[in-house]
Design a protein around this ligand. Structure first.
Ligand SMILES: Nc1ncnc2c1ncn2[C@@H]1O[C@H](COP(=O)(O)OP(=O)(O)OP(=O)(O)O)[C@@H](O)[C@H]1O
Length: 500
């Protein structure tokens, strides 16, 4: 039974067409995948359905009636709940207070609190049983926050639940819990819209998919009637027949050592223990393991932003210490950080300003700004990474999430890089752009001899693109996989086995 139908939805933001003709059907008890490249209009459609935005044209038919919700609260009261992509929690409140926020009215105080705690516990039992509901949200990890956000949406007993990239911040076992819970809710009759850039997740959990390209739906595939063909789906997403991914060719790697690293903790605050590693010229070295085992700290140490260790390097025979970001950048060691909102971008500023900003820190930067030259360079970067933006002067916060992440990466592409440190660079980036990004990185490595150290939370990215993968556990490197040994199963097995 169709519970919701979006028909001919249009939405403009100034001159930008976010949706030109959006159509989507959701059915009771079914999980519908909403797929598409970065900027194709998925979040905008979800927000229109959930009352965050108003459509400029078209209609939403929900449970047989045309509806226009003026805000998410009104939609929630009518059974439509959205799990936000950008977290919307109140940091100073506890887990359970956040889960029931907005629902607590009209109830007696004491009873309300106990009831709310019980409700929160019941939902979290399925999703993250160990999470302490009395913790304040600011004390939580990103994945815990995401789970609270999901629990908050579920607490209102929605008949339509919209999950916009809920898994990007989750660990693999947390994704498994979420999927089990989603299936349970579906069996109880809840309809769901699920967005993810990881195709295997979509294949595993969705009953049908609708694919958007440039603001309109281009295909709907019902998995009860048609086979799950990833290449076909990718073709619809990208509009091309090019394969979604490629495996790096290990045969083309030279043996010459480019970088030697010796890290020693110098404070008890250090998450990192003793770490020694070598990187060859043109090599792509993966860093894997369960999340939070020191991978990000290792990246920061190499970039001069982790003060708790002594980081001594040997770069092509030159020995020096990396103690501040300048030591790294001036030697061609650059870090592309993963958290674009917090570390990577000036959101209010334009694409151009964000792309050229790192250049000003260079010692040989000219006193005047060669604007024309910089603009041409920026246009090339926008093309290489297919950044979807109305122009170089558009503020970064008007770009879709995945396109913002491409700007973070793009900032460094015009530099003379010797060592590229990538901290989850493709998080939230669509399949087509991910392929372009990695194609570019592999070329940079193999053609220019750049050494790449890649931390990725998605094991597939390590499997496809790395020559070697080091597994971290509690701040140490505990295993190394090379060439054909590298597989998702092997990485997971090694990461889990070391769990004491
Ligand atoms: N508030 C806004 N102001 C201006 N433009 C916007 C705004 N929100 C979205 N857009 C534009 O609308 C288009 C669609 O964006 P939307 O966020 O819906 O894409 P998406 O498919 O969800 O992408 P992603 O996979 O990267 O999250 C993009 O070009 C984006 O830049």
């Amino acid at each position: 039974m169709v519970i919701l139908e979006a028909k001919g939805i249009k939405k403009y933001f100034g001159g930008v067409v976010a949706l030109s003709n959006g159509n989507l059907k959701c059915r009771k008890g079914r999980i519908t995948g909403l797929l598409g490249a970065n900027g194709s209009g998925k979040s905008t459609l979800s927000k229109i359905i959930a009352g965050v935005y108003r459509a400029d044209a078209g209609e939403i038919i929900y449970e047989g009636k045309a509806v226009h919700y003026r805000n998410p609260h009104e939609a929630r009261q009518n059974g439509i709940a959205l799990v936000f992509q950008n977290l919307s929690l109140v940091p100073d409140l506890t887990v359970w207070q956040n889960i029931v926020l907005g629902m607590e009215k009209n109830r007696g105080l004491f009873l309300e609190n106990e009831e709310a705690r019980a409700l929160s516990r019941a939902i979290l039992e399925n999703l993250m049983p160990d999470l302490d509901i009395e913790k304040r949200v600011y004390q939580l990890s990103p994945s815990e926050m995401q789970v609270v956000e999901i629990a908050k949406a579920i607490s209102s007993n929605p008949r339509l639940l919209i999950l916009d990239e809920p898994t990007a911040a989750l660990e693999q076992h947390e994704v498994k819990n979420l999927f089990e819970y989603m299936r349970k809710l579906a069996n109880e009759g809840v309809a769901m819209i699920f967005t993810s850039h990881r195709l295997w997740e979509v294949m595993e959990i969705c009953d049908d998919v609708t694919i958007f390209r440039n603001g309109e739906d281009v295909a709907t595939i019902d998995f009860d009637k048609e086979e799950k063909d990833p290449d076909k789906i990718i073709g619809y997403i990208t509009g091309e027949t090019k394969k979604a991914s490629f495996k790096v060719d290990h045969g083309t790697l030279s043996g010459q050592v480019l970088l030697g690293v010796k890290i020693r903790p110098k404070s008890k605050n250090s998450v990192l223990k003793d770490i020694d590693l070598e990187l060859r010229k043109g090599e792509i070295l993966g860093i894997g393991g369960l999340a939070g085992q020191g991978q990000n700290e290792l990246m920061y140490a190499l970039a001069g932003s982790y003060p708790f260790v002594r980081c001594e390097v040997d770069l092509e025979g030159r020995n020096f210490l990396i103690s501040k970001p300048g030591d790294a950048i001036q030697n061609g060691i650059v870090l592309v950080p993963g958290d674009r909102q917090r570390e990577g971008l000036f959101l209010e500023h334009s694409v151009y300003e964000n792309l050229v900003f790192p250049k000003f820190g260079l010692p040989d930067h000219p006193p005047f700004i060669p604007e024309k030259e910089y603009r041409t360079e920026c246009e090339q970067i926008v093309n290489i990474l297919s950044i979807k933006t109305p122009g170089l002067d558009a503020p970064v916060n008007t770009l879709s999430g995945g396109n913002q992440q491409k700007v973070v990466v793009g900032k460094w592409l015009s530099f003379d890089i010797r060592i590229l440190l990538l901290a989850d660079p493709a998080k939230g980036v669509d399949v087509g752009a991910k392929r372009d990004l990695y194609e570019y990185i592999v070329k940079l490595a193999r053609d220019k001899g750049v050494g790449v150290i890649l931390y990725a939370s998605d094991n597939e990215e390590l499997v496809e693109h790395c020559d070697r993968v080091l597994i971290m556990y509690e701040g140490e490197i505990v295993a190394s996989l090379a060439g054909e040994e590298i597989s998702d199963d092997a990485i997971t097995a090694v990461s889990m086995r070391v769990k004491r």
